[in-house]
Design a protein around this ligand. Structure first.
Ligand SMILES: [Zn+2]
Length: 402
């Protein structure tokens, strides 16, 4: 709640866009709290902040947890911030209990997860995982033309080095950002991986013509074809349970005039599924639906795939550690696939990874009204601590609590 004061906006929300003064103040607060908890704090070339609590064996790869501190323009208090604060709380709890771990523990705040000021999203974790080049990150510009690298230096978080070091395990706690846990009365989501997705741009071209003098049987109405595609995409999403979703989120009509038959439509299509084989079947169904709508309306269709991202199954042992943590705490848990993208999905490409979800009120996120209960947040934090301890090596009591 103290962190949520930084960039607080009306309605209980937060606006802390990446690499703004608010982002700097949030980072400063996080870094100060971590130093007060005995951690050493450093940041890398893209501004990812790592707070390290030493282990008994400094040569072991660290067990890492964290998330992001940046928000959407009208964001909430929990998306990202919860995962970073949960990591800090794990460190504080280990301190209070006088527990040393074999492997070091690190809490990370990844830079620019939201992708709202600088695109794409998950820049910090993708760069750390080698999925995006340092030049591409630093050269990215916001809507005002300001460069990521300059803004990072301006707020004082342009450090040295980028990735290239082993991570023993990565765990990320996050609000679910969907309604499933709340509706099914589960406290913990044991996240087994991220969905794969395909994004497409579709252009439908017909013939713009007079709305009064063109007979119905002579029309080549691009919007009518688009409507058939929208309907088909929705049907495809429904036809691939469990986990299939399909959406048309953008549509632009030309010439966009009341008394002209639409000659051209540009639209987006996206499909997601946790199973790549099933997603390939959805892809084929989308292509067939587009060809069918084009043939029925005498339209020319140009379908361009702009993203083909495979599913990201998490590490079975890390997932088991989260499941065991929930069991040990006596919490009702549900195994689930993450519908949203997270830093954990990028990190899962280079390190054993799993996530812990907790419910958020009404499934609402990316919204000022985002809310979660202290009891659920604490439960998620305890599960996170157990999973991290399981991976960081047998915990050892070091005598008197600090
Ligand atoms: Zn997030």
């Amino acid at each position: 709640m103290d962190l949520a004061e930084v960039g607080a906006i009306a309605g209980g929300g937060v606006r802390r866009l990446a690499l703004t003064d608010e982002d700097r103040r949030g980072r400063d607060l996080f870094a100060r709290w971590c130093r007060e908890a005995g951690c050493t704090v450093r940041y890398d070339a893209v501004g990812n902040v790592f707070a390290r609590r030493a282990g008994r064996d400094g040569a072991l790869p660290p067990v890492v947890t964290g998330s992001h501190l940046d928000t959407q323009p009208n964001g909430g208090r929990f998306d990202g911030a919860y995962g970073v604060m949960a990591g800090l709380e794990v460190v504080r709890a280990l301190n209070d209990a006088g527990i040393e771990t074999e492997a070091p523990i690190e809490v990370v705040a990844w830079t620019n997860e939201e992708g709202t000021r600088f695109a794409p999203s998950m820049m910090g974790s993708m760069a750390f995982a080698g999925l995006m080049s340092l030049d591409a990150v630093l050269g990215s510009r916001d809507a005002q033309g300001l460069a990521f690298g300059d803004e990072l230096a301006r707020i004082g978080y342009r450090g040295e080095g980028l990735g290239g070091r082993p991570i023993g395990a990565y765990f990320e706690a996050h609000i679910e950002q969907g309604p499933v846990l709340e509706e099914t009365n589960h406290t913990i989501g044991v996240v087994t991986g991220g969905q794969g997705q395909c994004w497409y741009d579709l252009e439908l071209a017909g013939q713009a013509a007079h709305a009064g003098s063109t007979p119905m049987d002579r029309r080549r109405d691009a919007l009518l074809g688009a409507a058939r595609v929208v309907e088909a995409v929705n049907r495809i999403g429904t036809a691939f349970p469990p986990g299939g979703v399909a959406t048309v989120g953008h549509l632009s009509v030309s010439p966009d005039s009341r008394n002209v038959i639409p000659g051209r439509v540009s639209m987006s299509i996206e499909i997601r599924h946790p199973d790549d084989g099933r997603r390939a079947a959805m892809d084929a169904a989308v292509r067939e639906a587009v060809a069918d709508a084009a043939a029925r309306g005498s339209l020319e269709a140009t379908l361009h795939e702009v993203l083909d991202q495979p599913a990201a199954p998490f590490d079975a042992d890390c997932v088991a550690a989260v499941r065991e943590g929930a069991r040990a705490e006596g919490l009702a848990y549900l195994e689930m696939v993450s519908g949203a993208a997270h830093d954990a999905i990028a990190i899962s490409r280079i390190a054993p990874t799993a996530m812990v979800f907790v419910p958020c009120a009404g499934g609402v996120s990316h919204n000022e009204a985002e809310s979660a209960t202290p009891a659920d947040l604490a439960a998620g934090c305890r599960v996170l601590a157990r999973a991290m301890l399981a991976r960081a090596g047998s915990a050892v009591r070091s005598g008197a609590a600090r």
